[in-house]
Write a protein that binds this ligand. Structure first.
Ligand SMILES: [Fe+2]
Ligand SMILES: [Fe+2]
Length: 250
């Protein structure tokens, strides 16, 4: 895993914000059946993407003070802006199809409560990678759930952004995991695993109507999530193990 600087990520998010990948001149096309299948989840994810991110920025600043990486909170702020763009686009779509934007959802409330108490960059990063891994499956399924070209464009735009979000977060996770003494790494990894898969199951519980487009059964979905876990956390552990065996050159 190649690790980029916070300046790199700041440049990336700034550059990515200049692309407009959604053609809003396209009219939404949604059958009643499709609308019924996706609406509740669409509203919940729209709300989830709209967070102002104050607690995450606070955690990022605390982390920056410790690591002297003062550009990092700027990258995090731009990252949050990109999430807000997702919320904004989904909200605009809801307006166009004549449905309301919701203000409360049990999944969002639960996540907000956890966020409130969370000032640790490690837990934040763990939570964000977990949610983004399920977001990748969710938006791919949402894209395939309907024939609506506008919604497909919105999902494509989100999927392009999310792929880099995972890279951004995984690099942070690697740095944090490596900073742990070897004796607690095993324990930390078990926490990652339990959190990741229990959260994944909760997401399925709330959004299986859409998720089942791409992952027909719960078992298949957990397997798909398992692949995502291996690609991020599995890789982080493997690379840390390899680094341990490398003898520094003199
Ligand atoms: Fe997002
Ligand atoms: Fe994201």
């Amino acid at each position: 895993m190649y690790t980029h600087s916070s300046q790199y990520w700041t440049n990336h998010f700034t550059h990515n914000a200049t692309f407009e990948r959604v053609d809003w001149a396209i009219q939404p096309q949604l059958s009643d059946g499709q609308r019924k299948r996706i609406l509740k989840s669409l509203q919940a994810w729209q709300l989830g993407e709209t967070s102002e991110g104050a607690h995450l920025i606070a955690a990022a600043k605390k982390y920056a003070n410790r690591t002297h990486d003062f550009i990092f909170p700027i990258a995090v702020e731009l990252f949050i802006k990109e999430e807000q763009k997702h919320g904004h686009n989904l909200g605009r779509y809801l307006d166009l199809i004549g449905e309301k934007r919701i203000e409360q959802d049990w999944g969002d409330s639960l996540f907000r409560k956890i966020r409130y108490f969370n000032t640790s960059m490690e837990l934040w990063t763990l939570a964000v990678i977990t949610v983004e891994s399920s977001a990748q499956l969710f938006y791919q399924s949402l894209k395939d759930a309907t024939g609506c070209p506008l919604l497909k464009q919105i999902c494509d735009d989100i999927l392009i952004d999310e792929e880099r979000h995972i890279d951004f977060q995984a690099e942070r996770m690697l740095a944090i995991y490596r900073s742990h003494h070897w004796s607690i790494r095993w324990f930390a990894f078990q926490i990652y695993r339990v959190f990741f898969f229990s959260t994944a199951a909760v997401v399925w519980f709330g959004h299986h109507k859409v998720l089942s487009v791409g992952s027909p059964t719960f078992g298949r979905y957990m397997k798909d999530m398992g692949r995502k876990f291996a690609d991020t956390f599995g890789l982080i552990r493997k690379e840390t193990e390899i680094a341990k065996h490398l003898v520094p050159m003199r």
